[in-house]
Ligand binder design. Structure first.
Ligand SMILES: Nc1ncnc2c1ncn2[C@@H]1O[C@H](COP(=O)(O)OP(=O)(O)OP(=O)(O)O)[C@@H](O)[C@H]1O
Length: 275
């Protein structure tokens, strides 16, 4: 069994059944605080389901998730909300809210009994709006934003939570190339320096479809297929042509970037017929 990380994430033997089918099947993930991990895998592999289990939003059939050595299943809801943020693709609880108000929702678990934000809460929201280049959008209604702009608001809200564990479901979806790089650079920065208001250096786990972004920015990759971890470790060791063909059904040439030394994946065709 995976030993719970004393500072960081340790998920062990997680399993979850949906509509009679095992969609997460004995998953182990370990990630230290201050690290960035990418969760990879084809459509339907179980990435979103796994993020929900780790966030404590769905209860696993078996297995456990430890954060900072504590079993998250035993934390109170508010305590869990302080420690874990999940940035999903759509914010569903933001009718008629401005961008700033949506980002400020990230502070909710930290507010006192009167529910009133203090100077520090405002400062964290300001910093998160600035970090995600959203200052000019602060007063815009969230509902009027483009897909990529909303994606950045979702990230800013999760950052405003200053969590110990920052989970992201396809945070680069809808983003132009500059915004994609900006997002991954920001995630690396936050993992290294901690939250906007001096919060802890979080463990970052992001589901990504772009293997090149994962190869460039992740310390560690976890590859999921049919609900199981089929490979995990250093991107340069894991992301081989053979694994990419087996898991994604595409041919790829994997090169080494002359400056970064990281893998560059050039896709060349389909290895298996579409299903
Ligand atoms: N509400 C549901 N009822 C039944 N099956 C579901 C439900 N939601 C998801 N599934 C199934 O669970 C499996 C895992 O889905 P999940 O959304 O976790 O995959 P994913 O890796 O995030 O996929 P994608 O890359 O397409 O977002 C899939 O086979 C999916 O069809």
């Amino acid at each position: 069994m995976t030993r719970p990380e004393s500072a960081g994430l340790g998920a062990s033997r997680l399993a979850f059944t949906r509509a009679g089918r095992l969609v997460v099947d004995g998953v182990d993930i370990t990630a230290p605080a201050g690290s960035v991990s990418a969760l990879l895998g084809p459509n339907g592999a179980g990435k979103s389901t796994l993020l929900h289990l780790i966030a404590g939003l769905d209860r696993a059939d078996s297995g456990a998730v430890h954060l900072g050595g504590r079993d998250i299943g035993k934390l109170r809801r508010r305590d869990r909300a302080r420690r874990i943020a999940l940035a999903e693709q759509e914010v569903r609880d933001a009718p008629n809210l401005t961008v700033r108000e949506v980002v400020a929702l990230g502070r909710t678990p930290h507010l006192g009994i009167w529910g009133l934000p203090e100077a520090r809460d405002h400062a964290v929201v300001d910093r998160c709006l600035a970090d995600t280049e959203l200052v000019a959008f602060s007063d815009r209604p969230y509902d009027t934003l483009s897909g990529g702009e909303r994606q950045r608001v979702n990230l800013a809200r999760a950052l405003a939570q200053e969590p110990e564990l920052l989970l992201l479901d396809e945070p680069t979806n809808h983003l132009d190339v500059r915004a994609q790089l900006g997002t991954l650079i920001l995630l690396r920065e936050v993992a290294a320096r901690g939250g906007a208001g001096g919060g802890p250096a979080p463990t970052v786990l992001a589901a990504l479809h772009d293997l090149n972004l994962a190869a460039l920015f992740a310390d560690h990759v976890v590859v999921l297929a049919d609900g199981r971890v089929v490979a995990s470790g250093d991107p340069a060791e894991v992301l081989t042509s053979e694994l990419i063909a087996r898991v994604w059904g595409v041919w790829a040439t994997v090169l080494e970037h002359p400056q970064t030394g990281r893998p560059i994946i050039a896709f060349t065709g389909l290895a298996t017929p579409s299903q």
